[in-house]
Design a protein around this ligand. Structure first.
Ligand code: MG
Ligand code: MG
Length: 265
């Protein structure tokens, strides 16, 4: 069952999302070749706790070992930090969640390091754009399938694979709530979108096959063909007359040295 949020609850979720956005901004300062992914994780955790929040992912399901999901190259999602040092040709998805003032927030961004080839940058551009194609369809009176279809049809036109096994989700007092937000579907189908819904839209888009495999660690999800995968995530609130994006990538874009979205193509 989907819990519809009051204006006051949405306001609190936005505060949580602001703290999350700033934590992402701190991480953005450190994303460069040679940085250990465990360092990114400890910086994020410290920043969140110093500001009165709790990392939502840490001990999720009693077992997730970190505050960030860090998913490099062919890892789609749920990779975890460790001794790996980022390389110049990597793309790295950083997913973070914050619990603050009683509410969770959740957002993700995939960084290309400066040596990433144009073909992979295009995967990131288009995955990023698909998120906003989905957001544009998230409207009161519409259906979840409108959001799903917008994402799927946009990226499949480029021959990319849309991951089926993992989906976006409602967010609130729990990190994962109803409704599910698939990145594939049919226009006019699925859950009816209503004022007060708050959910995360998070396309996970593969350069090649849509098939994924899970590592033996029980978390890490990789593409079956080992080609790269991109992931961007925002949370939205459905209002009567408009849809509001609650999370922000602003601090990432201000703090990340490589302005890849402004490159000339
Ligand atoms: Mg999420
Ligand atoms: Mg997330």
């Amino acid at each position: 069952m989907t819990h519809l949020k009051t204006e006051e609850e949405i306001h609190l979720i936005k505060e949580s999302a602001q703290l999350l956005g700033k934590a992402h901004g701190e991480i953005a300062k450190l994303v460069k070749p040679g940085v250990k992914t465990s360092v990114l994780d400890s910086v994020a955790e410290e920043f969140i706790r110093d500001h009165g929040g709790v990392p939502s992912f840490k001990n999720y399901n009693g077992s997730f070992p970190a505050s960030l999901c860090i998913s490099v190259n062919d890892v789609v999602v749920h990779g975890f930090p460790g001794n790996y040092e980022l390389r110049e040709t990597d793309i790295v998805s950083i997913d973070c969640g914050v619990f603050y003032k009683g509410f969770h927030s959740d957002s993700a961004y995939t960084y290309p390091l400066e040596g990433v080839n144009e073909n992979t940058l295009l995967l990131l551009d288009r995955t990023y754009e698909s998120l906003f194609q989905g957001i544009a369809q998230a409207k009161a009176g519409g259906r979840m399938g409108d959001v799903s279809f917008a994402i799927q049809s946009y990226v499949e036109a480029f021959g990319y694979g849309v991951v089926r096994e993992l989906v976006g989700h409602g967010v609130g007092k729990n990190l994962h709530e109803d409704p599910e937000v698939p990145n594939f579907g049919k226009r006019g189908k699925g859950v009816k979108l209503a004022e007060g819904m708050v959910f995360a839209i998070e396309p996970m888009i593969n350069m090649g096959t849509r098939s994924v495999v899970q590592e033996r660690d029980g978390w890490t999800i990789r593409t079956a063909d080992r080609k790269p995968s991109a992931h961007f995530e925002h949370m939205v609130a459905i209002r009567k007359d408009k849809t509001e994006v609650l999370t922000t990538h602003q601090y990432i874009e201000e703090n990340y040295a490589y302005k890849w979205r402004n490159r000339s193509r």
